[in-house]
Write a protein that binds this ligand. Structure first.
Ligand SMILES: *Cc1c(COP(=O)(O)O)cnc(C)c1O
Length: 403
């Protein structure tokens, strides 16, 4: 029985396949031969073996490098065949050797920090803004790390002998600020660059091609894509993946197999969802930029389905005013969500640091879904109301600018 790495049979990979093809086939290459079409869900927590000498040897082999054991995974915390299908598929989409899945995006980032700290490399260089909890995890030093915040141009100067990681998000949450990944990767030298690629997804950006060693996703967002799975994943080379599997085994932040199944299913529509939502988002960004109730629109050059904008009036009134759009944190679902970062996603970041990172108190972040653009615009238009257009609420008076 060939259960070592479900979906990882590479005999069919004689030629490179396009992203849209990988999205529906990667992680499933073995299915037809098994007489299956939909991937099976393996809910086992343990895997029987009558040969405990062999099992001991397999555990030793795993403990040495974190390489996935040949044959069944021994125990569910060591690995799971359904989750492995998702990992194989995501690695293909990001163009890396491997990927390691976790219970959430934050569990994935924690494993990276622990993997580095266990090698004595506790110092992290990071560029703001990052997702609020990532910022908090680094700033609070919860996992024993010490952070130096800098801008992309300051990365090289911020490196120390104990620097284990450089971390950036691009486009960043919530301002959609973009980082020149190639330039930062160059500045990192031998220090691994981690790019949080949650917003761009591999459909719009493949950081490994630009020199990133670690690509982080909150798979809760676009990869799952339907707002019903909490998950995280790191795409990287096999050596680093081994270290992450060892941390995952020791600390337990594993992904449930049902979540692995849903994520693999989510990947199959990822390119279609991201392209469709991005087209709608670009149209909405253009309309917002021309609207006198909006003082600034943030929309990245690489595109995407996220739009952030600063309102002339009270952002809380816009949140209270939406009817079709859901007022909720998170992003990347099939339906459109809007939230106020200063109140929710970035609340945990010190207000001064938050503003310093360009997160204005007037900023709203919208994750555009798959609804019709006119219905979305009608809802936004109504929610914006007189939104600062009248003389009594005109406070900022800046011209509307895109960028
Ligand atoms: C949501 C998010 C995270 C955290 O992921 P969880 O799955 O919520 O733990 C990390 N980075 C970015 C950019 C996010 O949007």
């Amino acid at each position: 029985m060939d259960t070592a790495r479900p979906g990882a049979h590479d005999d069919v990979r004689t030629t490179a396949r396009a992203l849209a093809t990988e999205a529906v086939h990667a992680g499933r290459d073995d299915l037809a031969r098994q007489g299956l079409h939909a991937p099976p869900i393996d809910l086992s927590t343990t895997y029987p073996s009558y040969d405990s000498r062999d099992e001991a040897a397999r555990i030793d082999a795993f403990a040495a490098t974190g390489a996935e054991p040949d044959g069944p995974p021994v125990y569910g915390r060591l690995g799971n065949p359904t989750v492995a299908r998702f990992e194989t598929a995501l690695a293909r989409l990001e163009g890396t050797e491997a990927a390691v899945a976790f219970a959430s995006g934050m569990a994935a980032l924690s494993a990276v920090l622990l993997a580095r700290a266990s090698m004595g490399l506790r110092h992290v260089v990071a560029v703001r803004p990052l997702y609020g909890c990532s910022d908090h995890l680094l700033t609070a030093g919860l996992l024993g790390s010490e952070v130096t915040w800098t801008d992309p141009a300051g990365v090289a100067d911020a490196l120390r002998p104990d620097t284990g990681l450089v971390m950036v998000e691009s486009p960043a949450n919530p301002t959609l600020a973009e980082v020149d990944l190639r330039a930062v990767a160059h500045a990192c030298g031998s220090v691994p660059l981690l790019v949080d690629n949650t917003f761009a997804t591999p459909v719009l950006q493949r950081p490994a091609e630009q020199g990133a060693r670690l690509i982080l996703h909150s798979a809760t967002k676009y990869l799952g894509g339907h707002g019903d799975v909490l998950a995280g994943v790191v795409a990287c080379d096999e050596e680093f993946a081994g270290r992450l599997r060892l941390v995952r085994f020791a600390t337990g932040g594993v992904l449930h197999p049902l979540a692995g199944y849903l994520l693999l299913r989510g990947l199959s529509t990822l390119p279609v969802r991201v392209r469709a939502a991005s087209a709608t988002a670009a149209e909405l960004a253009g309309r917002l930029a021309a609207d006198p109730r909006i003082t600034r629109v943030h929309y990245p050059r690489i595109g995407g389905a996220m739009v952030s904008f600063e309102v002339l009036g009270d952002p809380h009134e816009v949140i209270a005013g939406v009817r079709l759009i859901t007022p909720a944190v998170s992003l990347g679902s099939v339906d459109t969500l809007i939230q106020h970062p200063a109140s929710i996603s970035h609340r945990i970041v010190d207000a001064e640091d938050r503003r310093g990172a360009g997160v204005s108190d007037r900023l709203l972040r919208m994750s555009v879904g798959l609804e019709d653009v006119e219905d979305l615009w009608a809802d936004l238009d109504r929610a914006l109301g007189s939104g600062g257009a009248g003389p009594s609420v005109r406070r900022l008076g800046e011209p509307a600018t895109a960028g």
